[in-house]
Ligand binder design. Structure first.
Ligand code: BES
Ligand code: MN
Ligand code: ZN
Length: 501
């Protein structure tokens, strides 16, 4: 979709649909909505007076100007209560308006930037949020359903942000550009997750990463069996053993500054399909395990955005792609594996495979002499039980890094919630034959997993995000259609941009 910023008055704008807004409790609209109301002979005021529209966040109503202005339709969207208004509300309002515009068949929508006027938000950030909310809400994956990809559904072609104040225009342009690059990177990640696991094999995902890297100007290296063996990644190779699809370990690097800029390494779990291995999963929900590479997809998306925004940092993305399958060659419970750091692991359960491939990836991360390492992984059902679809679990050995992630979570709406890394959780992982075992039993499954990973993080500030509940939604909500959410891309991009400031 084309995104543009235009200086002008809403009453002069030509579009299939023109979006304006209203806070709840407002009976006399001001600003752009007020000007439009006047041009429409008080139609918006009447909506409120009749009790037909209460300005609740995300509520929409369509009006037909019948020639009073050049725009063919007006969509009024509610912004909710003014004292609860924030960037997340902007994204939600923009999403609601965009979906309504698509429903009525609009191809070309113009919108005011929610919050850039009376809302009191920074104009660039508000514009970014409007574009994000719009592009994220309209995401679709029609690849394998060409017949359903009708012209109507194909949706919007152009989004115009309309601003009266000339001096705000450059700020809005900057924000809109960032919003577009970021949202497209989220959708890039969503596409990788949506792609079925027979297509999105480790080799194919490595090819996609390579193609993307070439397109946006990232260094890209792909490690396969010979390199993984000579590096000594015996834990990752153990998990990979059962699959005919050989592991592909993607290393991406963005260099946005001189030699002395900080280095941030992002590591994502890339299990292309998790059957559970010999500890085979139950049938019902297994199909969802195509999303077990959503952490890696988020890392690729974040690196894509980091390159396009040219963030002045060195950013490394590690995405180990591995399939977890049962079979004659598969690793088994009670195997002992030795990985890159030299530590030995006793396998108790082959379904606890994510932490195993991360163990070697976290070991590998050390060679970049990072200022921070953040991993993102769909690791445990326990995380879903603990927090539901409302926050990722955050663990960190560094308060500063944890605080940065918490702040990025607040600003993006990609919430994180910190949990403890107490040494007491180590007990459960003691093995009789190896240095550590890969599961800690029934209790505290969430923190013991983080504790397992900690064994492989030597000498750097580290944070772990368990995002099992965050990467997929079974029903559409706000700016997430049903399916992959792309969680993590915006969180990471915000982390990096704040770091660079
Ligand atoms: N990929 C799963 C976790 C998961 C479950 C993610 C549901 C998203 C939705 C992970 O590899 C796994 O199987 N975890 C096990 C660990 C257990 C065997 C210790 C779990 O949480 O049940
Ligand atoms: Mn598993
Ligand atoms: Zn898994």
């Amino acid at each position: 979709m084309e995104v543009v910023v235009q200086q002008g008055n809403v009453v002069d704008i030509t579009a299939d649909a023109l979006v304006v807004n209203l806070f709840s409790g407002v009976t006399r609209p001001g600003g752009a909505t007020g000007a439009l109301d006047k041009a429409l002979g008080g139609a918006i005021q009447e909506l409120v007076q009749q009790g037909d529209f209460d300005g609740k966040l995300g509520k929409t109503v369509v009006l037909y100007p019948r020639g009073a202005i050049p725009a063919r339709r007006v969509i009024v969207v509610g912004l909710g209560e003014q004292d609860k208004f924030d960037l997340e509300a902007v994204r939600k309002a923009a999403a609601a308006a965009a979906k309504r515009a698509r429903e009525v068949g609009a191809k070309d929508i113009a919108t005011i930037v929610h919050g850039a006027g009376v809302g009191g938000l920074r104009p660039a950030e508000a514009a970014q949020a409007v574009v994000e909310g719009t592009l994220l809400a309209l995401y679709r994956f029609p690849k394998y359903q060409p017949a359903q990809d009708t012209a109507q559904e194909a949706g919007l072609r152009r989004l115009t942000l309309v601003e009266f104040s000339e001096e705000k225009v450059p700020l809005l342009q900057e924000g809109a550009r960032a919003g577009q690059l970021i949202a497209e990177s989220v959708n890039f990640a969503r596409n990788l997750v949506m792609e079925p696991p027979n297509i999105a094999t480790p080799a194919e995902l490595a090819r996609r990463a390579q193609a993307m890297a070439e397109e946006v100007g990232l260094r890209c290296e792909v490690l396969t069996d010979p390199e993984l063996e000579s590096l000594g990644m015996g834990i990752l190779l153990g998990v990979a053993q059962g699959s005919v699809h050989r592991p592909h370990f993607v290393v991406l690097e963005h260099n946005g500054g001189g030699d002395d800029v900080p280095t941030v390494v992002l590591v994502g779990k890339g299990i292309t399909f998790d059957t559970g291995g010999i500890n085979l999963k139950r049938g019902e929900d297994m199909w969802k395990m195509k999303h077990d590479m959503a952490g890696a997809a988020a890392v690729l998306g974040a690196l894509r955005a980091a390159a396009l925004l040219n963030v002045p940092l060195r950013v490394v993305g590690l995405a180990p792609f591995v399939e977890n399958m049962p079979g004659g060659k598969a690793y088994r419970p009670s195997d002992v594996l030795r990985g890159l750091t030299g530590k030995t692991v006793e396998i108790i359960n082959t379904d606890a495979e994510g932490r195993l491939i991360l163990a070697d990836a976290l070991g590998y991360a050390a060679r970049f002499r990072p200022d921070a390492v953040v991993d993102i992984a769909t690791l445990t059902g326990a995380q879903m039980i603990a927090l539901g679809p409302h926050a990722a679990a955050l663990f960190s050995n560094d308060d500063g890094l944890a605080a940065r992630l918490e702040e990025a979570g607040r600003r993006t709406g990609e919430r994180v919630w910190r949990l403890p890394l107490w040494d007491e959780y180590k007990e459960a992982l003691k093995s009789d034959v190896a240095e550590v075992k890969n599961t800690g039993g029934r209790y505290s499954g969430l923190p013991t997993t983080a504790k397992f990973l900690e064994h492989f993080t030597e000498g750097y500030a580290w944070a772990h995000l368990d995002v099992a509940s965050m990467v997929w939604t079974d029903s559409p909500r706000d700016y997430h259609p049903k399916g992959p959410t792309g969680y993590g891309v915006r969180l990471f991009v915000e982390l990096l941009r704040q770091w660079a400031e």
